[in-house]
Design a binder for this molecule. Structure first.
Ligand code: ADP
Ligand code: ASP
Ligand code: MG
Length: 406
């Protein structure tokens, strides 16, 4: 009898009919003899609706209250899914983050899981019940409700799979697996049979929202194999695991994009040791998450520093920099909110030259100007105009022949 941890995303439980359909999928597994723990997301776009509601009520909603509010989305769907399973003759119980023993720190909105006490879940399983866990939420030491970050029901599921030493971890979503690019903007994208943790982590951190980045990290740390597949059709899906297939080592595996990136440039920064720390420490303290950073070569001991942030963060980032401009002796700060990013990812890049040149040539052939470039061992990211992101993705998908079978 296998123990299976599953996760169903928001689109998969968007209305009553879909909740019942997920319940049927779980029921089939139970009838086949497996024990099932399922983490569930909030229905459809209800998390976004709750955020909008909070902003109508308050100009500056308190992070703690925000988490209390947002956690209700998952609480609701977990109770509904449990009811639907009961109706199919399978006793089930919904558990909130606190009941499921998911302990976190107190960083509201993006809390980290510090440990999972699985005793209650195990007790419920032993009593023959299907366990439905409200995804995305946990509890602090003071019994305050926390949430784990946007899209983090994936993290709930993978952490539970690790904590319970489950035999399988399955993420059910609205596409048939991890594709070579977002299938919604690249029609020739195709599902990958499998992908390594490193490549998946780079794709997730550079925009492939099909998997939550920290969830991939937890999977890698605990060696959890994760199957990502469709909740709407029977598809083989994509296995995220330690070993990718050898023959693929020299290829680009996937393309990720971000549609909303902003660039902030600090001009006339004195080129002296410590200046970067003086600039980026206050940004970190203010919770602004900075992506690509580029420092120009200095002219007459003055330099320009450019960094990117999510578009939503640009106001806050500029505010922080303006506050310290005279202190660091820089002349001005300017921003551009209409950018996006496109990244190619593949472990082969670490050892094979020429990927960057091919990427830049493909973008040039489509008249796409590159504003900034950043790289890791297995990734190259270009910042481009927001309205050219979709074209950039398809251009690169073609250039690296990702529509072809492996
Ligand atoms: P869920 O609600 O199930 O968690 P998400 O909306 O978070 O689903 O993630 C699934 C979406 O991720 C897909 O609908 C797709 O548009 C997007 N996506 C982005 N990049 C990829 C990719 N490489 N492969 C598959 N889906 C991707
Ligand atoms: N409901 C949360 C969100 O929309 C978590 C999730 O869907 O994974 O971000
Ligand atoms: Mg998601």
């Amino acid at each position: 009898m296998a123990l299976v941890v599953q996760k169903y995303g928001g689109t998969s439980v968007a209305d009553a009919e879909r909740v019942r359909s997920v319940a049927r999928r779980i029921a089939e597994r139970v009838e086949a003899g497996d024990r099932v723990v399922a983490a569930v997301s909030a229905m459809g776009s209800s998390t976004n609706e709750l955020i909008a509601l909070a902003r109508e009520v308050s100009g500056n909603p308190h992070p703690r209250e925000m988490d209390v509010l947002l956690s209700t989305g998952e609480t609701r769907s977990s109770a509904l899914l449990s009811m639907a399973l009961d109706d199919l003759g399978h006793p089930a119980v919904s558990l909130s983050g606190v009941q499921a023993g998911i302990r976190t720190d107190t960083v509201y909105g993006s809390a980290r899981i510090s440990g999972i006490d699985t005793a209650r879940i195990v007790r419920e399983l032993d009593a023959g019940r299907v366990v439905i866990v409200a995804g995305f939420q946990g509890v602090s030491e003071d019994f305050d409700i926390t949430t784990l970050g946007r899209g983090a029901s994936d993290l709930t599921a993978i952490s539970l799979a690790a904590g319970l030493k489950a035999d399988a971890c399955e993420i059910y979503t609205d596409v048939a697996g991890i594709y070579s690019a977002d299938p919604r903007i690249c029609p020739s994208a195709r599902p990958l049979a499998d992908i390594g943790y490193d490549e998946m982590l780079e794709l997730a951190t550079t925009g492939a929202r099909v998997m939550h980045a920290r969830a991939v990290e937890v999977a890698a740390l605990n060696d959890v194999d994760v199957l990502v597949t469709s909740s709407f059709e029977d598809a083989p899906g994509t296995l995220i695991h330690a070993e990718a297939i050898m023959e693929q080592a020299e290829k680009v595996r996937g393309i990720a994009h971000q549609a909303h990136v902003a660039k902030v440039t600090v001009r006339g920064v004195p080129d002296r040791p410590g200046i970067a720390a003086d600039l980026f420490e206050p940004l970190a303290t203010a919770g602004v998450s900075v992506d690509t950073i580029v420092q120009n070569a200095s002219v007459e001991d003055l330099t320009d520093l450019t960094f990117t942030v999510e578009r939503e963060e640009v106001g806050r980032a500029v505010g922080v920099v303006e506050g310290i401009l005279s202190e660091i002796g820089a002349s001005e700060v300017v921003s551009d909110p209409d950018l996006g990013s496109v990244s190619i990812v593949g472990t082969g890049m670490a050892t094979t030259p020429g990927f960057a040149a091919r990427m830049f040539r493909a973008l040039f052939d489509h008249d796409i100007n590159i504003e900034l470039i950043s790289t890791s061992e297995i990734r190259i990211t270009c910042i481009v105009r927001a309205d050219q992101v979709a074209e950039a993705v398809t251009a690169l998908h073609d250039a690296f022949q990702l529509d072809r079978e492996d």
